[in-house]
Design a protein around this ligand. Sequence first.
Ligand SMILES: C[S@@+](CC[C@H](N)C(=O)[O-])C[C@H]1O[C@@H](n2cnc3c(N)ncnc32)[C@H](O)[C@@H]1O
Length: 330
Amino acid sequence: MAERMNNTIETASKQGNIVYAYDDPDKLNKVIYEEAKRRGLFNGSQEEFWDMQNALYREGNRVYDESMGDIQESGLTKREIYSFVQTIGIDLPSILKLLGKEEINRLRRLEKARFVFLGCAGDVSAAEFNKISKKLNSNSEEILTNLQHEELKTIDKSRGQLLVRGDVFNLPYKEDTADLICTDHLLVRLLKMGKVGDKDRPEIVKVSTTDENIQRVLGESYKILKPGGSLIMVEQLFGEAKEQYLKRKQAPTFEIMEINRGSLRKKMEDQVRKLAGAVGFSQVIFSDYYSYCFRADSASAKIEEDGTPDYGEVLVQRDDKIYLVARLVK
Ligand SMILES: C[S@@+](CC[C@H](N)C(=O)[O-])C[C@H]1O[C@@H](n2cnc3c(N)ncnc32)[C@H](O)[C@@H]1O
């Protein structure tokens, strides 16, 4: 497997992108497999491909743990796992597309840009954020914030990103200092400092995405953003939409089939629009969700002279309505 991985890494950077928009995950998976094969990234069967993907996701997820010791289960090193995930692609939104030409131009002209990633858990995301940030502004300063120190420890320091143990409920940054803030699946595992059992070791507890909690996170982001700056949010099922989804999942099968995913997204959008307005954001822009494979944003996408993001001929897109993708402008 490791040998196959090396071939993958070697050839990956030479590849372009591909566009597909399918609501059917099985069909999409097949398309990705066929494309990986066509590009010579993988030569095995479809089953082998997905076995490998699953193994990688399983192992890759352990990046969140400190216990990386037994990561060799699939015969891959940590670096190989990262490389594969970044090559074939993970569920990455398109930040460039969401920012758009005008905002890209504004950011690229800044003498010193400060980009903040809230809830950056591991090295894959940190590396992607670094590449995207540098595309936007080669002079960018990137700040990765996480409440959990153990997760920050998994991030490679050699990229020069600032790693800050900070709480999104009480961000340790000055007002009006960030040019761009990003979240990626922050709300699905929103944590808070819990009750102080022992004064020196307050517990970290998982909290739900109530209006109050979301408003606080939006308010803190608003506070540290410079006027005109954006908060980019990519979030999967939260708040009432999540409750509705879970309730329906417990319903008889025929009802599950009828889950109207569009209405779930609308619920999340309504919630965010209301709360963003309450904390002062002047503009809220929503987008469909696309997951970009073959490293669209970080590797293949180019920014044209005039600021237009160019994804080449093709990208893999999956519009999944259990995601909310938003740009909130201060
Ligand atoms: C589901 S993970 C998101 C994955 C992440 N975007 C990545 O880089 O791979 C949610 C992350 O948000 C962090 N987080 C949750 N609540 C937080 C808070 N109050 N302050 C700072 N970080 C928080 C968690 O520690 C976790 O790393």
